[in-house]
Design a protein around this ligand. Sequence first.
Ligand code: CA
Length: 506
Amino acid sequence: MPSSTARTSPPPNILVFLVDDMGWQDTSVPFHSSATPLNQRYRTPAMARLAASGMKFTQAYVASVCSPSRVSLLTGLNAARHRVTNWTMRRDRATDAPHPTLVPPAWNVNGISPDPATPRAICAPTLPGLLRQVGYRTVHIGKAHFGAADTPGANPLNLGFEVNVAGHAAGGPGSYLSEQGFSGAWRQADAFWDIPGLEKYHGTHTFLTEALTREALAEMERAVHDQCPFFLYMSHYAVHVPFAPDPRFIERYRDAGLDPTEAQYAALLEGMDKSLGDLLDALDRHGLSDNTLVLFLSDNGGLSAHGRGGPPHTHNAPLSSGKGSAHEGGIRVPMLVRWPGVTAPGSVCEEYTMVEDLLPTLLEASGAASRLPALPPTDGRSFVPLLRQTVVSAPERPLYWHYPNIWGPTGPGLGPFSAIRVGAWKLIYYHADRRFELFNIPADISETTNRLADCPATARALAGQLSDWFRQVGAQMPTDRDTGGLVPWPDVALAAATAGTGGPRP
Ligand code: CA
C-alpha cells in the first residue's frame, strides 16, 4: 500500500477472536499438509470461510497454558520475561501442583497489574491500553484470566479495556448453561468460578458461547453508531472444561457415535465457530469487512492429558501430547488472519510466529506504532511483512518457552521445561531430570525421534542460545529439593550430561 493511501485510510477495526484450549486439529480446516481424521470429525465452516478469505498460519505458537499466553498477548513479552509462567487464580497463591523433587520459583502469581506496587505481578503497557490511546474503543468480551482475584489485573477495565463483559480472574466457566446461571454451584464449585455480568441470560436457555456472541454483536453495533474504530477482543470460554452439551449442535456428534465427552467437545467447537460466523456476518452487514483485521487464535493446545474421551495424549494428532506439554500438541495452535487489501485470499503462511508477536503486529496494522509517542519494548516481532507476503522467508529467529512450573499431569512433554526453536530444530530441557529432547520439527512433526545423540553440535548451540537469553532476561528456575540449589541453565546441564560420554545421551 503506498504511504499516501496509508495516511488517508481510516485505521482498521481489529477483531481478535481467541478460543480457549483449542487444539491445532480441532477444526475442519486442515492445518497439517493434508486433512486428518480430526479435521473430518469437526465442523467449523466459519473458520473455513475466514481461511478462504484470509491467510492461514500453519506454525503459530503460544506459551504453555492460559495466563502465560494471555499476558504475552497483552504485553508483547515472553513468559520468561513477564514471569506469569503459570495460570493465575487467587491473590498471592501459586497454582502449581506438588512435585517430588522441585520447588517452583517465585513466579508472578498475581499475573499482570496496572499498579507497579502489586507484588508478584508484571506491570507493563498493554495492547488495549495503547490502542485506546490512539482512539480505539477497546472491548473485552468473555474470558480474561490476566490477573489473580482481588488484584487490579483481575478486571480488564484496569488493563486498557473500556468495556468488559464477563471477564474476571477465573480461567474457566462455572457452567456453560444459563439454566445453571453460568455458575459452578452444580458441581459444588466455589463462587470464584461464577461468570459475572450475564445475569440477563440466566434461565433463558442461552448457551454461554451464544450469550457472549450477542454481547459482542451489541458492542460492535455501538461502535458503528458512535463511528469509532474498535478493538474487539472476543475471548471465548469455549472450549475449556467443564464441557457441557450445546443443545444446538450436540445431536450431530451423538448420532455419529462419538464418545459422549468427545461429542460435547465437538459441539462446543461448532458453537464457537457459529459465533465466529455471526461476527463475520455482522462485519459484512455493517459494511466493515473491508476495513477490519480479523485474527483467530487459541491460547494453548488442546486438552489431552485428562478429561477427554479416548486415549490420553492423542487429541492433537499428528501432534504429540496436548495442553501443558512442550511437545507441539501443547504449543502449536490454529491461527487465521484476514486483513482485506493486505492478506491474499486463501493464502498460507508456513513461517512460525509466537503469541508475543501480536502486540507489535497489531500496533503496526492499526497505525498506532507511528502515532504513539513511544512504543513499549517487546520480545515479539511484527508479522505484517508475512501478511503482505513481502518476505519470502523470515530469517531464522529463535522462539523461547519457559515453564518452570508444575501443571500436574504426566505424559509426553509434560513437566517443568524450557525450550527453544530455531529453524527446523527444537530443543526441550526437562528441569526435573535434566533430560533433553532434540527434534527436527518439519521432518518429524509427531516428535517421535530424539536426535540428541546424533546431532550434539546442534543441541549445544541451541542450549547455549537459550541459556544466554535466559541469563539476559533473568529467567527463573525451580529449586532442586535435594541440593537446595537452582536447577542449572540448559547449557550447564547439557555439558554435565555429556561429560565423559563423548556425546549427549537422550
Ligand atoms: Ca487455555
